[in-house]
Design a binder for this molecule. Structure first.
Ligand SMILES: NC(=O)c1ccc[n+]([C@@H]2O[C@H](COP(=O)([O-])OP(=O)(O)OC[C@H]3O[C@@H](n4cnc5c(N)ncnc54)[C@H](OP(=O)(O)O)[C@@H]3O)[C@@H](O)[C@H]2O)c1
Length: 293
């Protein structure tokens, strides 16, 4: 019988993952801040409570700009925390599902990124996540699956791009949105389903260990994404007042952390392993709007 532990369960992905587990009648233990993953003793103590077979790590320091001045804090959660979980997973011979990011890449490639392409993070958050990947692969090479994802949004958070855009679209006739950063939006519930499949929880067997990329279908700029959000919002009869979305460059919105210009993930490995292709992000927007209605 599966003994499943979800860390960071109060976060956007953590909540989506717990709901997906419930939908599949998979009992699990969800922990939030009370089990601080950066605290080795706390992780070891919680690990002793059950004969874990699966550890699904959704805990992370995700404030990208904040990480520039708090790099040590980001490292503690994203690198050390990942290592602690990998260690207890190895001790239990449990499968570890760890989540990482497109920000491990510098975004200079004209091609979509494959799993073994060279990494070169541009910011502190990306460095801390890359250190986490390395710690996981070193500590539990045979039992870890790392899923890199990008531009995450979902019904369990108001802190992402889609929610921000919709809020502004209720208020402003004109919006300025960056058009020179490209990526692939990802709907957290779709990622959650993919994680359960990779872990072998909703499939007969787990995917081979290693790194996978998952994102919804369709690379776009933030500007194109915003246009899609406006269209979807209008289709759902939201009282949006935005009439035009101006395309601006990254330099119009200076931020502490540099972002990759083109961190488009190639998802062919996960498509081959799972035998299915991620849905277009435009389709997932409708699910999102129904979920938050
Ligand atoms: N959001 C994106 O666009 C995006 C893109 C690519 C990859 N990812 C990756 O996807 C994963 C899930 O991200 P998310 O968007 O769901 O992030 P999130 O909403 O910020 O969730 C992360 C959760 O981890 C918790 N946490 C932070 N430090 C912790 C600690 N020391 N011990 C235990 N829990 C701790 C957070 O609690 P508090 O809220 O109390 O801090 C939060 O509930 C992360 O690995 C992230 O790096 C995200």
């Amino acid at each position: 019988v599966a003994e499943i532990w979800v860390t960071g369960a109060q976060g956007m992905l953590g909540r989506a993952l717990c709901r997906a587990l419930e939908r599949h009648d998979l009992a699990h233990i969800a922990t939030g801040r009370e089990v601080d993953v950066s605290d080795e003793k706390a992780v070891a103590a919680h690990a002793r409570r059950r004969p874990w077979t699966h550890i699904l790590n959704c805990a992370a320091f995700t404030a990208v700009d904040e990480a520039e001045r708090r790099e040590a804090d980001a490292e503690r959660v994203n690198a050390l925390g990942a290592q602690h979980l990998a260690r207890v997973a190895a001790e239990h011979d449990a499968r570890l599902l760890h989540v990482s990011t497109d920000y491990v890449f510098d975004g200079q490639s004209p091609h979509a990124y494959r799993e073994n392409d060279a990494t070169a993070p541009l910011n502190a958050y990306g460095r801390s996540k890359l250190a986490g990947e390395r710690a996981v692969l070193e500590t539990h090479p045979a039992g870890a699956r790392i899923v890199r994802t990008s531009w995450l949004f979902g019904p369990d958070s108001r802190g992402h791009f889609v929610a921000t855009m919709l809020r502004l679209m209720h208020e402003r006739r004109e919006l300025d949105v960056v058009g020179d950063q490209h990526g692939r939006p990802t709907y957290a519930p779709d990622l959650a389903d993919a994680i359960l499949r990779l872990a072998g929880l909703t499939e007969a067997s787990p995917a081979p260990a290693g790194i996978y990329h998952f994102a919804n279908r369709g690379a776009c700029s933030w500007h194109r994404f915003a246009t899609g959000i406006l269209e979807a919002g209008k289709a759902h009869d939201l009282p949006l007042v935005t009439e035009s979305i101006r395309e601006v460059t990254t330099s119009a919105f200076p931020r502490p952390a540099a972002r990759p210009a083109r961190s488009v993930l190639d998802t062919s490995r996960i498509e081959a392993v799972l035998g299915s292709v991620p849905r277009p992000w435009s389709e997932t927007l409708h699910d999102y709007l129904r979920a938050v209605a």
